[in-house]
Design a protein around this ligand. Structure first.
Ligand code: GTP
Ligand code: MG
Length: 443
């Protein structure tokens, strides 16, 4: 795993929060100090680490947890959110036809990454061509040809040709009907005028949609000034940080590049051709903290609830009109979120209490309820009280279940309605529910 050291100390710290008998200022201060130490070891800039941990401390001491969230979960969430913030937004990558130009200093991983990107797009069903625009290093053409052959992507190049713009023009013509054209270019020891000149001439010929700077993670914080210099010279559209697997300094490179406002788009995580990852700060931090599933679910849950218009549901519940249809909608929302187990593990205070078997049983029941409701009439859905023995038999037959299953559903509805009624008659709970459904999504 990338940034192993940082990951293990952050996980230890989170464990301390989760296991604490109660959260108080002393614990928060201690935790913040540990986070700061871990960040410095991962080569994060000292001023940045200080600012970040100050903010974590301030929020943890002053913010109240949202309704339904324990103060432990709340502090974990603050740590998570602040770490994500220093890595910036996820930069999406187009899967439509486009041209990519790779630039960077000597030996940073341009050629390897050009091959990795070619495979990345090929796997997504796009037709890719590689152009060997590095005409200065004699072995560069062979290297790219071998990479191309391994992944079944054609390479345009000509050993002995020394005019890069000419090579690129030919490549552009040859791959004219392709979806993605990736141009490899030469590196230099530093950002000298002739490198800038050559990059500009190639860009002029290729008119690339993406100009990706490739930087080795071992550069640590100096990746920042380097990215800034390239950005000023040719206006980058993104940065790819390679060799994230090999160094503890990767945190320095990531955060320093982010500070230049040239977004990190991919990271290289190994020598192998498929070791390239789309860089996604929330996902990256979740993994560092060992909470990948939870975060993914948090986002997923938010998305589903938004779509289903949580406010509408909340308003209905408030007005006391809670029909079978509403219950069905809610079940659909929940089951659309995938395995119920995951949802349960996210919900504060619930996680871990249900066994795997219990969760699977709950999931199966939701599925069955959906089938049963599908054989009800609109009237029955809106006014379940009219469902008596004869209707129960008809519905059971239609859904291919036992009458007892239909009764179980009606019982569940009764329970839910009673619960809703209790909530809506209690002002405090009403407010909490409104908040949960309307303002905070699933939180
Ligand atoms: N461990 C690891 N090695 C990598 C990664 N990306 C590239 N490399 C290695 O880094 C070395 C240099 O990679 P190249 O792709 O040749 O670098 P370049 O920028 O094209 O180099 P020049 O063309 O000479 O400027 C190779 O040995 C690659 O295998 C990565 O993500 N992880
Ligand atoms: Mg190269």
């Amino acid at each position: 795993m990338v940034l192993e050291g940082l990951a293990s100390s952050l996980k230890d710290t989170l464990r301390k929060i989760v296991n604490a008998p109660h959260i108080d200022a002393a614990l928060i201060k201690e935790v913040v100090k540990e986070i700061q130490r871990a960040l410095l070891l991962a080569d994060i800039n000292a001023a940045l680490a200080l600012r970040l941990t100050k903010e974590i401390e301030r929020r943890a001491l002053t913010e109240k947890p949202p309704a339904g969230m324990s103060s432990r979960d709340h502090v974990v969430r603050i740590v998570y959110e602040e770490l994500v913030r220093i890595l910036g937004e996820t930069r999406e990558i187009s899967l439509k036809k486009h041209v990519i130009m790779m630039v960077g200093l000597y030996g940073q991983g341009k050629t390897t990454t050009a091959g990795k990107l070619a495979l990345y797009f090929k796997k997504r069903g796009l037709r890719v061509g590689l152009v060997a625009g590095d005409v200065h290093r004699p072995a560069a053409y062979d290297q790219l040809t071998q990479l191309g052959a391994r992944i079944g992507v054609p390479v345009h190049g000509e050993p002995g040709e020394t005019r890069a713009p000419k090579m690129v023009r030919e490549g552009m013509e040859k791959f004219d009907g392709y979806d993605i054209i990736i141009i490899d270019t030469s590196g230099r020891h530093s950002l000298e005028d002739d490198l800038v000149e050559e990059m500009k001439r190639i860009a002029n010929v290729a008119q690339p949609d993406e100009k990706f700077l490739v930087i080795d993670a071992v550069m640590g914080q100096t990746a920042g000034p380097q990215a800034r210099a390239f950005h000023e010279a040719i206006t980058l559209t993104g940065v790819i940080i390679t060799k994230m697997d090999g160094t503890a300094k990767a945190g320095g490179a990531l955060s320093a590049v982010q500070a230049t406002k040239a977004p990190v788009v991919f990271i290289g995580t190994g020598e192998h051709i498929d070791e390239l990852e789309k860089f996604n700060p929330p996902g990256f931090i979740s993994r560092l903290l060992g909470m990948g599933d939870i975060k993914a679910l948090m986002e997923q849950a938010q998305g589903v609830v938004d779509e289903a218009s949580a406010e509408e549901t909340a308003r209905k519940i408030m007005s006391g009109r809670f029909t079978l249809k509403d219950m069905y909608e809610q079940m659909r929302m929940v089951s659309d979120m995938g395995p119920l187990g995951k949802l349960m593990s996210y919900l504060p205070g619930v996680g871990g209490k249900m066994s795997k078997e219990q969760m699977e049983a709950a999931q199966a029941r939701i599925k069955q309820f959906k089938v049963i409701m599908n054989s009800m009439t609109k009237e029955e859905m809106e006014n379940p009280r009219i469902i008596k023995a004869a209707r129960i038999r008809r519905i059971a037959r239609g859904a291919g279940v036992e009458a007892g299953d239909v009764r179980a559903l009606l019982k569940q509805y009764d329970n839910s309605r009673r619960m809703v009624k209790n909530i809506t008659s209690d002002r405090k709970q009403r407010r909490a529910l409104m908040k949960m459904l309307g303002e905070q999504g699933m939180e």
